[in-house]
Design a protein around this ligand. Structure first.
Ligand code: NAP
Length: 262
């Protein structure tokens, strides 16, 4: 049975400065929370100021005092620049980037996707991830090294029928992880990926809000339960910590045993 983590569990990230995109809710918020609980200085971000403010307040209430909130739509260049500039201004550097934002405007199989939906999915899920990594790299180099994590999906291995283009975009992140990890290895930057299974958030609610949908979803998960956002936060905390110091170019699947082969 799933248990929430203890706030006294570990302090592996003391002094690290971590930027998490799309972190005002869901998995991104849980990642920000876990990294903060482990001692990191946290930058939370998403498109809406009110959501960012609420996330900052929630994190502060949980005893995470070093938190900055910055609005950032990851597909907008000016927003990404502002995200990194404000982080440097407040904390003086960046050690870790978690690229977590994704969209899925098309609920259909891959070849039924419109070109417009395909472009939007690839702009946010893949192109913005590549640009964020490219743009953050010099800052991480200045710190003598660090870590980048891309949030993919179990759908990247086993495409969801009705999330066709989204699933392909998540497969692309496995390739980005491998290629960027090789490029960054000499700069002491580890680049890894997490592929969550179905996690209880707004994004995935169509997969579990009706009994029929939930049953269908659970049939694909050997553990026969949905994951919790905190169960992804803990995987990311491991990957960006020194406990994962010999791991780069890898993808960790956290999906309750769901099929995960390409
Ligand atoms: P969620 O609960 O719907 O949270 C979405 C977050 O993203 C919100 O903070 C939202 O805030 C922000 N956001 C949306 N579009 C954005 C953009 N263009 N730029 C910046 N921020 C943006 O979603 P989630 O389930 O946590 O998903 C997070 C990641 O996990 C995604 O990459 C998703 O593909 C992946 N994932 C999720 C599941 C699952 O079952 N939930 C499974 C596998 C993988 P604003 O509205 O303020 O922007």
């Amino acid at each position: 049975m799933f248990r929430t983590f203890s706030t006294t569990l570990l302090k592996r990230l003391e002094g690290k400065i971590c930027v998490v995109t799309a972190s005002s809710d869901g998995i991104g918020f849980a990642i920000a929370k876990r990294l903060g609980v482990e001692g990191a200085k946290i930058v939370v971000s998403s498109r809406e100021q009110a959501n960012v403010d609420e996330a900052v307040n929630l994190l502060k209430k949980q005893g995470i005092s070093d938190v900055l909130g910055v609005t950032c739509h990851v597909a907008k260049e000016n927003d990404r620049t502002k995200l990194f500039d404000e982080t440097i201004k407040k904390f003086g550097g960046i050690d870790v980037l978690v690229s977590n934002a994704a969209v899925n405007p098309a609920v259909c199989s891959v070849l039924q996707s419109s070109e417009e939906a395909w472009d939007k999915i690839f702009d946010v899920n893949v192109k913005a991830s590549y640009l964020l990594a490219k743009e953050v790299k010099p800052y991480i180099i200045e710190r003598g090294g660090g870590s980048i994590v891309f949030i993919s999906s179990i759908g990247g291995y086993q495409p969801f029928d009705l999330l066709g283009a989204y699933s392909v975009s998540k497969t692309a992140l496995f390739g980005l992880t491998k290629a960027a990890s090789l490029e960054c290895v000499r700069d002491n930057i580890r680049v890894n990926c997490v592929a969550p299974g179905v996690i209880e958030t707004k994004f995935s609610s169509a997969l579990y809000t009706t009994e029929a949908a939930k049953e269908e979803t659970l049939n694909t998960i050997p553990m026969r339960r949905l994951g919790k956002p905190d169960e992804i936060g803990s995987v990311v905390a491991f990957l960006v910590s020194d406990d994962a110091s010999f791991i780069t170019g890898e993808c960790i699947v956290a999906a309750g045993g769901a099929a995960s082969r390409l």
